[in-house]
Design a protein around this ligand. Structure first.
Ligand SMILES: [Zn+2]
Ligand SMILES: [Zn+2]
Length: 346
């Protein structure tokens, strides 16, 4: 079979690799039908994620069909259409019992990280019964691919941790795929204002189309001053950080209202100043989280009922065999006006 293989920082190839085999009786082999590229994959390509070793197949998102099921797998059989979760969970360890699957003692973020991932014709999924979902029929397949990672991430780490409530004023720093997923799922709670902050006019235009009430291009603009003007100097009830760099986190610290929540989603590679001299008396909460994908069943129902349209974030389609071209497009997102790219294995 063919797979997208990482060969150290800056080096990857679409190459022939041995088809994965069942190792444990709880495994299944899935034939991938659709997958995508995540911002995290670009971090891996830069060498930021040092646990990813030379020879690893990348990818932690996708949908497919069960090709082979191990003897202990109860809920899935050959031919079933499935949604793959970016988080693998054993379902029985202490962390899984707490619903914190991201820190599962035997799972967590394995795919395209510690074991071979989904950017391939076939992938092995451990703990299939507790790490896969049956894909409902008649649902947009691109929407399902967006539920592997970005929608549970935007919703759990941003919206739920930020405690978005009806009538709240919400600001999201970063209008990439995750920020836009947070925007779409924040709308479940009908906040009164949804302010998007980014550096890319095209993404902000997209955000307005998806329900942002205000957008701020922070290039050459004092974003903090602008948010304070828009909120009568009160600040926002919820500030969601969806980039992972100090400047956007500090904006969140500067715009948070008394009693507010700063919900971090961004993957940080460097330290950030925490302005306790301003925040100590403000009754605020700061949260961090790795996605647990505990909300995937609920998001699936929202998609099935037509209340959520994750496919709106998909801007490009490529055949799986053109994945190198897709990486090129995704890594030049601004020039290519790309948000999410979907790869199809037909
Ligand atoms: Zn991802
Ligand atoms: Zn576990």
């Amino acid at each position: 079979m063919k797979a997208l293989v990482y060969h150290g920082p800056g080096k990857k190839s679409w190459e022939e690799k041995e088809r994965p085999k069942i190792i444990d009786a709880t495994d299944v082999i899935v034939r991938i039908t659709k997958t995508t590229i995540c911002g995290t994959d670009l971090h891996i390509m830069k060498g930021d994620v040092t646990e990813v070793k030379n020879g690893r197949t990348l990818g932690h998102e996708g949908i497919g069909v069960i090709d082979e099921a191990g003897g202990a797998v109860k809920r899935f059989k050959k031919g079933d259409q499935v949604l793959i979760s970016c988080i693998t969970s054993c379902g029985t360890c202490e962390q899984c019992k707490r619903g914190m699957y991201s820190h599962c003692e035997y799972g967590g973020w394995l795919l395209g990280h510690l074991i071979d991932g989904t950017q391939a014709e076939y992938v092995r999924i451990p703990f299939a019964d507790t790490s896969l979902y049956h894909a409902p029929g008649g649902v947009n397949e691109d929407a399902l691919v967006m539920l592997s990672d970005i929608f549970p991430t935007g919703f759990e780490c941003g919206v739920l941790n930020g405690r978005v409530k009806p009538g709240d004023t919400v600001a999201i720093a970063g209008a990439g795929p995750i920020g836009l997923a947070a925007l779409l799922t924040a709308r479940f709670y009908s906040p009164s204002e949804l302010i998007m902050i980014d550096v890319d006019d095209e993404r902000l235009r997209k955000a307005r189309g998806l329900g942002a009430t205000q957008t701020i291009n922070m290039t050459g603009v004092d974003a903090v001053k602008r948010v304070m003007e828009l909120t009568d100097n009160r600040g926002v009830d919820v500030a969601i950080e969806a980039v992972g760099v100090p400047v956007t986190f500090e904006i969140c610290e500067d715009i948070i209202a008394a009693g507010g929540h700063i919900a971090n989603i961004g993957v940080f590679g460097e330290k950030v100043d925490l302005h306790m001299e301003k925040l100590w008396s403000q009754n605020i909460t700061i949260t961090t989280r790795l996605v647990d994908t505990v909300t995937t069943p609920m998001l699936l129902k929202s998609v099935e009922s037509g209340n959520l349209h994750p496919e709106e974030l998909v801007t490009h389609h490529f055949p799986l065999g053109e994945i190198l071209k897709a990486y090129d497009t995704f890594s030049h997102a601004k020039e290519e006006k790309a948000i999410k790219v979907v790869l199809e294995n037909r």
